[in-house]
Ligand binder design. Structure first.
Ligand SMILES: *Cc1c(COP(=O)(O)O)cnc(C)c1O
Length: 433
């Protein structure tokens, strides 16, 4: 999926019909800018391609949990995939039907389990035996009987970054098939839960069909085996992980994904759940940043911008590539070719942030046309795992978020203030003097 709603018009990048220069003027920089149209279209493309399965598509909130963005998706029929009590709180705030909420994660606390039980969410995706025991025990106390999907680990390789692989045997996620079978055999030990689903999620940014096909074949075989042993399984949650274009990847289109997985899943009497995150939000957002300084050293040219690893950590954390482009296309404007900063038309530069870490960079050795202080840059494909991973490191307020729809836009989350930075801190009397 690409970024067709972030394009140049008369040499300036716009989001839908809104000038990014104008967004920067009104919202300040750095800020995230999302396209409503791209966002919703990605969901709808997936819904259409998989129509035959009539799945429940639960958007993975950890990729982007902004209330407005999630509400836009929920209004289009999406459910939500949550991984914490905080995400449950956000999901409920925007009025999501709890019967469209699924809860994953290896470390659910008692409090989180209770909150989700009381709201009667659709599924707990369970990742270990002690977690199953804990949910069963709390459900008994609270007189509830929640749906459980066991997350299994099909042990397939995917050629994605090892930090975002989750379907291999050595991963902390999911249960091996033998343990899953054993738990079903012993399900009388867990009378306060309904073991009625299987969940599988093999990793993120997967761009080929093979790992999905392998994982789903194995998982469907497991389900058939369980059914032969008399266990009723009504639901299969096939997770997320669909990759997008950051640089030159050739990810699966929704059609290709459907062609690969629908034959394995249809006619099996299973209700299908999906949990895409990046596929929906990734290319629906950019990070808008302004050039602070151009620093020349004998070895390198650095473009120091006002966004940092605190705003977008993916380059530092995963070595991830994000395209970086100027908001105003200089090269097309001959009148500016004489400016001092334009000695070389394009130069390989490192785009770095203000944080005191060598790892604070957004891009390395990038060919960018001669930039100057004050120029705006767009860091592309930043809608997923961007703001949600932002931190206050170096006491920097987290950036604003802006939603564009057609020719309108609004700040959907204000830039943090210094007061936000110290909220909740207090100096105890034995320190204060
Ligand atoms: C992170 C995650 C997802 C979403 O992954 P994407 O690659 O963003 O689609 C879905 N399901 C689970 C269980 C996850 O942990």
């Amino acid at each position: 999926m690409n970024m067709h709603d972030f394009v140049y018009r008369n040499g300036e990048m716009v989001c839908e019909k809104v000038s990014l220069t104008r967004v920067a003027q009104e919202a300040g920089t750095p800020c995230y800018v999302y396209s409503f149209k791209t966002l919703v279209e990605h969901l709808q493309k997936l819904q259409r391609a998989l129509r035959e399965l009539d799945p429940l598509i639960c958007f993975s909130m950890k990729s982007n949990s902004n209330l407005t963005l999630c509400k836009a998706l929920v209004d289009c029929g999406a459910g939500l995939d949550i991984v914490s009590g905080g995400e449950l709180y956000r999901a409920l705030k925007i009025g999501t039907d709890p019967q469209k909420i699924v809860f994953a994660g290896v470390g659910k606390s008692d409090e989180e389990i209770k909150e989700a039980l009381h709201r009667r969410i659709l599924f707990f995706n369970v990742e270990s035996i002690p977690e199953l025991e804990r949910i069963n025990q709390i459900a008994a106390q609270e007189r509830r009987r929640p749906n459980i999907a066991l997350r299994v680990n099909p042990n397939v390789e995917s050629s994605t970054h090892h930090y975002i692989k989750t379907g291999v045997g050595t991963s902390k996620f999911g249960l091996d098939f033998e343990t899953a079978v054993k738990l079903f055999k012993e399900k009388r030990k867990y009378p306060s839960v309904r073991l009625v689903g299987i969940h599988v999620h093999i990793g993120s940014q997967i761009t080929e069909s093979r790992p999905f096909v392998q994982a789903l074949r194995k998982t469907v075989d497991l389900i058939e085996e369980l059914k032969r042993h008399g266990h009723w399984i009504g639901w299969l949650n096939i997770g997320g992980g669909l990759g997008i274009i950051y640089q030159r990847e050739t990810p699966l289109t929704p059609r290709q994904f459907a062609d690969a997985v629908v034959p394995i899943l249809k006619g099996k009497g299973l209700r299908i759940i999906l949990e895409p995150g990046r596929f929906i939000s990734g290319n629906a957002g950019i990070l808008l940043t302004r050039v602070q300084y151009i620093k020349e050293t004998p070895a390198k040219q650095f473009v120091i911008v006002d966004a940092s690893m605190g705003d977008l950590i993916r380059p530092s954390l995963y070595g991830a590539y994000h395209k970086i482009v100027p908001v105003i296309k200089r090269a097309t404007d001959p009148s500016t070719a004489l400016r001092a900063g334009d000695r070389r038309r394009t130069t390989a530069v490192d785009v770095v942030g203000p944080i005191c870490e060598s790892g604070d960079f957004l891009g390395k050795d990038r060919e960018l046309p001669g930039l100057q202080q004050g120029d705006l840059l767009a860091v592309m494909s930043a809608g997923a795992y961007g703001f949600t991973m932002a931190s206050n490191y170096n006491s920097r307020p987290r950036p604003a978020e802006v939603m564009v729809k057609g020719n309108r836009f609004a700040v959907i989350r204000q830039r943090e203030t210094y007061a936000d930075l110290i909220r909740g801190e207090n100096i105890p009397p034995f320190i204060a003097r």
